[in-house]
Design a protein around this ligand. Structure first.
Ligand code: PEP
Ligand code: MG
Length: 599
């Protein structure tokens, strides 16, 4: 197989890689071992509608096509950046191939042909792409040239990419998955991941993505072993081959030898046995050795996880990420639809509290129904509470749904990415008007009104925590974003994932500052970022004064076990020493030594 073809298969997965065992290293983001059938995502064709475009809409159609081309250029650009980081000829070959793709996306016969078909035949853009591709391929075949035959797959790939960008949503990319599939993909968005059915999918590995990304979070909550930053994987596995994912060690093994397979089957069984042992802790309280009771609640990404939440022994839901209601659809969920989902959860929780966070889209979390313009810097743009205040109808529908669900059991309202007291005041004013409206409509609502809390996940909010604590009924510290914004590290970017470190003293000081502000103001404070679910951090968070943690349901037993073996007085003493340090490596050492001494 020629090197260029090797590189082609890195993108398309269409050619046959060697069947001997191949091991790839990446960043493990969701623990566990998966053994299954490789499914190369994006390798297939997308079916395409065909229709005539009215003359009055031809300009729109041309614009739509231009956007799809620009999108494809951006996607390939991302891959080019990755290829540049790759060592050796593999990276070089991939680079050449991606350069060729870029050339096809600038002033090529393909683009000219599609533009002509839109203008002259008045064909919709996706059909024009497909017809043009078919014509180009036919002319290549007629020439009977081995070089051109090899180019055919490249043209098909560029065409598929354009069509995917044009068809956008509804997007059901995983409807044809084999059972026990291991998904291998360039990238999975949080919305893609939400479509993975854990009954069919055993795990996934991607080229792009960081450990604190929402995709990684979603993997952990679905209990799917996952690895990101997995360079070379798309070329190293064939669809239908056996593949192993070790999400703890960050390993992917394609076409394993029988001995490797046996070893990983043994490890998987061991992990499952360990989980079963831990699940026996479900009913025992989360109490430290010296008698401090700790509240362990669950984060919920998708309503389907509620069974796992109840089975985990969680003391409620400390963070419901309501984004799922907006994903993979073109329209917005109505108040009634949201009320139905929230009230169902309230019923299932049967008296345990439900904290519903209002919509937090923007950044990597997208909601097509909102029709948001692309932001030059999405993580800093119109997202979360800023978006809600700019488009209050969205917030009003959510608040009304929460208030109505609160008539059936305890709920709390949590606002994402709060930065200023003004934002809290603005939401309170909207909440008051929604309450008045519901009363006018004669609908039962929560009485008393639900507490209104602020996520502390922006450094400015942590530093202004004293003022915010006057206006918030509770705090939930979101260490995922707090780390991202404090250290200026994109949590979803695998190229800086090694720099993402919640143990940086600046992050810890902000957590400490916000916690102490809440304790002074006598309002509840929890941590609901990913470190809450990692037993390595339990002593640190408890030593900082935190008594409420919210995490993926699957993490609750491990954290509970750690808490039950923890001496809070000793942890508090150790944290005092930790907070005097300026070096994160030293902090990690002090924490790990403390954990190791506890056995
Ligand atoms: C956080 O930022 O820590 C958090 C819990 O919110 P999300 O991960 O949804 O951004
Ligand atoms: Mg956040």
């Amino acid at each position: 197989m020629g090197s260029e073809q090797d590189a082609a298969s890195a993108i398309t997965g269409s050619l046959h890689p060697p069947a001997e065992e191949r091991v790839f290293h990446g960043l493990g983001v969701s623990p566990g071992v998966a053994i299954g059938v490789a499914y190369l995502h994006n390798a297939g064709n997308v079916s395409v509608p065909e229709y005539r475009v009215p003359a009055s809409r031809l300009d729109d159609e041309r614009r739509r096509f231009a956007e799809a081309v620009a999108g494809a250029q951006g996607q390939i650009g991302k891959l080019q950046a990755r290829a540049r980081d790759l060592a050796g000829t593999g990276g070089e070959d991939l680079g050449y191939l991606l350069d060729a793709y870029q050339q096809m996306l600038t002033g090529s016969r393909l683009l000219r042909g599609v533009e002509r078909r839109i203008a002259e035949e008045r064909l919709n853009a996706e059909a024009a792409v497909q017809r043009e591709i078919t014509d180009i391929l036919a002319s290549f075949l007629a020439m009977d040239d081995a070089y051109l035959a090899a180019r055919a797959e490249d043209i098909r790939e560029v065409g598929r990419r354009l069509v995917r960008n044009l068809t956008k949503v509804p997007y059901k990319p995983f409807s044809l998955l084999p059972k026990n599939a291991v998904v291998l993909a360039e990238e999975l968005t949080p919305a893609d991941t939400a479509l993975l059915d854990p009954r069919r999918v055993s795990g996934f590995a991607t080229l792009l993505g960081g450990g604190a990304s929402h995709t990684a979070i979603m993997a952990r909550s679905l209990g799917l072993p996952a690895v990101v930053g997995m360079t070379g994987i798309m070329g190293g596995a064939r669809s239908g081959g056996t593949v192993i994912i070790d999400g703890g060690k960050g390993l992917v093994i394609a076409d394993p030898r029988p001995a490797t397979l046996a070893e990983f089957r043994r490890r998987r069984a061991e992990i499952l046995r360990g989980r079963r042992r831990l699940s026996l802790l479900r009913k025992v309280p989360a109490v430290t050795l010296d008698g401090a009771a700790i509240h362990l609640q669950a984060n919920l990404e998708l309503p389907g996880e509620i069974d796992a939440v109840l089975a985990s022994g969680a003391a409620g839901i400390g963070l419901l990420r309501s984004e799922f209601l907006y994903m993979n659809r073109d329209d917005l969920p109505s108040e009634d639809e949201q009320y139905a989902v929230f009230s169902q959860l309230v019923h299932r929780l049967d008296g345990l509290p439900l904290t519903i966070r209002t919509l937090d889209v923007g950044g990597e979390k997208i909601a097509p129904g909102l029709g948001l313009a692309t932001s030059p810097n999405p993580a800093l743009g119109l997202r979360a509470i800023r978006l809600a205040l700019k488009r209050p109808v969205i917030l009003e529908a959510q608040l009304a749904a929460v208030l109505r669900a609160g008539a059936h059991g305890p709920v709390r309202i949590l606002l994402p990415m709060v930065c200023t007291v003004d934002e809290m005041l603005a939401v309170r004013a909207i909440l008051d008007s929604v309450v008045a409206d519901l009363k006018r409509r004669g609908l039962p609502i929560a009485t008393p009104l639900p507490p209104l809390g602020a996520m502390i996940e922006v450094p400015g909010a942590a530093l202004a925590a004293d003022a915010l604590a006057w206006h918030a009924d509770f705090f939930a510290i979101g260490t995922n974003d707090l780390t991202q914004y404090t250290l200026a590290i994109d949590r979803a970017d695998e190229s800086v994932a090694h720099l993402y470190n919640p143990l940086h003293p600046a992050v810890l000081r902000l957590v400490q500052f916000a916690t102490e502000a809440a304790l002074r103001a006598r309002i509840p404070v929890s941590v609901c970022g990913e470190i809450a679910g990692d037993p390595r951090f339990s002593a640190l968070l408890l030593g900082l004064g935190i008594r409420d943690l919210s995490m993926s349901a699957g993490c609750i037993p491990m954290v509970k076990q750690r808490i039950r073996g923890l001496d809070l007085v000793a942890a508090t003493r150790r944290v005092r020493v930790i907070m005097d340090q300026s070096d994160s490596a030293r902090i990690a050492q002090l924490l790990d030594d403390f954990n190791a001494a506890a056995g």
